[in-house]
Design a protein around this ligand. Structure first.
Ligand SMILES: Nc1ncnc2c1ncn2[C@@H]1O[C@H](COP(=O)(O)OP(=O)(O)OP(=O)(O)O)[C@@H](O)[C@H]1O
Ligand SMILES: Cc1ncc(C[n+]2csc(CCOP(=O)(O)O)c2C)c(N)n1
Ligand SMILES: [Mg+2]
Length: 351
């Protein structure tokens, strides 16, 4: 008997199943494409020693931002940071931006000027020029598509695929703050007269609305050749470590007790009965760097952290692929790392 199988939908294959399926239609690669689909950005050879690094990111109202609790300037800032963070993950120097805009005709001109003020903040800080874009009307909601171009020495570019068995896994900053900040904003938006935020809440809201990308750290890791594999954390640690391990053909053991969780995130998790470990694993939009280095560079990493005044934490070790991807709990019990991070097509609501 023939069973007619149901056609798969995006909900069944998920965001990354779709990207894999689309990739199969992108076979033709010029010889100057050193890295196409599959990393934080493409690596395109321009001269024998230099590569252009290119990435594009959408920011959609209701999906990536909510104008009922964030300003146009916040949206502009966060969208630019999401792009700069992809350059950081490649070890590249970000240089140029282009912005595609689709806006409802009723939008106030001032709002769009505010959006561009938001773009300008990180552009000034990191010396990036806005060089073009495209504009359209939208029937509902604001749509943004930002493309960023950067540069790196060809043999310095950081890739997801470079992690080696025995490497230590490092992460910059703290994890879970952005998701906690988003939850606080979402909760406050439903309250009639919310109280002034507690100081720990203000900190987490700021971490969501004003995340810090790590381009200087990425560039140093690339130039020094210390990092073997690298990715930025945009979907959440549990998903992004899977992308890195898959690209490198390795497994990993992460240590729950070592996950860098801010005091404010821990206070928030306790107050609302959440697990701060889960926030750190699932929380997207932290825009921290995750990278792997040989254990012999332990002292160097401590020095690098001091030089860049950026926390660097060793959170685990790369293992052979056969080991799988595991999280060792504080009690010493290991479990598989379930991918509960952000997927555009999974039905799971943001918690
Ligand atoms: N529709 C698409 N067509 C072709 N390639 C795509 C498409 N969507 C994503 N990709 C490619 O798939 C890879 C993974 O994309 P993804 O958006 O997950 O990158 P990321 O850096 O992990 O996340 P973020 O969107 O937060 O920057 C990238 O190399 C990207 O260029
Ligand atoms: C209103 C609202 N709802 C949910 C979220 C959370 N969120 C949206 S996209 C994303 C992952 C990165 O996306 P991408 O892979 O497209 O860069 C996350 C964690 C938000 N910021 N605002
Ligand atoms: Mg990325």
């Amino acid at each position: 008997m023939i069973h007619a199988s149901r056609p798969s939908t995006l909900q069944t294959i998920g965001e990354f199943g779709l990207i894999r399926a689309l990739e199969q239609h992108c076979h033709h690669l010029r010889s100057d494409v050193l890295q196409g689909i599959g990393d934080d950005a493409a690596i395109l050879r321009t001269t024998p020693n230099e590569a252009l690094i290119v990435s594009t990111d959408l920011a959609i109202e209701g999906i990536h931002f909510d104008l009922s609790f964030e300003s146009f300037q916040d949206v502009g800032y966060r969208t630019a940071v999401a792009n700069i963070s992809d350059m950081a993950a490649m070890g590249a120097t970000p240089k140029f931006l282009l912005v595609g805009l689709a806006v409802p005709p009723s939008t106030a001109v001032k709002s769009l000027k505010d959006l561009y003020r938001g773009f300008k903040e990180p552009c000034r800080r990191y010396n990036i020029s806005m060089v073009g874009g495209d504009t359209s009307s939208s029937q509902s909601g604001l749509f943004l598509c930002m493309t960023i171009l950067g540069q790196v020495k060809t043999n310095h570019a950081l890739k997801r695929s470079g992690a080696k068995v025995g490497d230590h896994v490092y992460v910059t900053g703290t994890l879970g703050d952005s998701k906690a900040g988003l939850q606080i904003l979402q909760r406050r938006a439903t309250q009639k007269n919310p109280n002034a935020p507690q100081p720990y809440e203000s900190f987490l809201i700021k971490r969501h609305l004003r995340p810090t990308p790590r381009p200087a750290m990425g560039q140093q890791l690339a130039k020094s050749r210390w990092a073997h594999g690298a990715i930025d954390i945009s979907d959440g640690l549990s998903g992004d470590i899977q992308h890195l391990c898959k690209a490198s053909g390795v497994g990993v053991e992460l240590w729950a007790s070592q996950l860098p969780i801010s005091r404010q995130c821990a206070t928030y998790a306790k107050a609302y009965g959440h697990s701060s470990i889960e926030l750190a694993l699932e929380g997207g939009e932290d825009y921290e760097l995750l990278f792997t280095v040989s254990p012999r560079h332990q002292q160097t990493m401590a020095k690098l952290s001091r030089t860049f005044k950026t926390p660097l934490t060793c959170i685990g070790e790369i293992r052979p692929r056969s080991f799988g991807l595991k999280l060792k709990s504080e009690g010493g019990i290991s479990r598989s790392i379930a991918k509960h991070s952000y997927d555009h097509f999974s039905k799971k609501p943001i918690r």
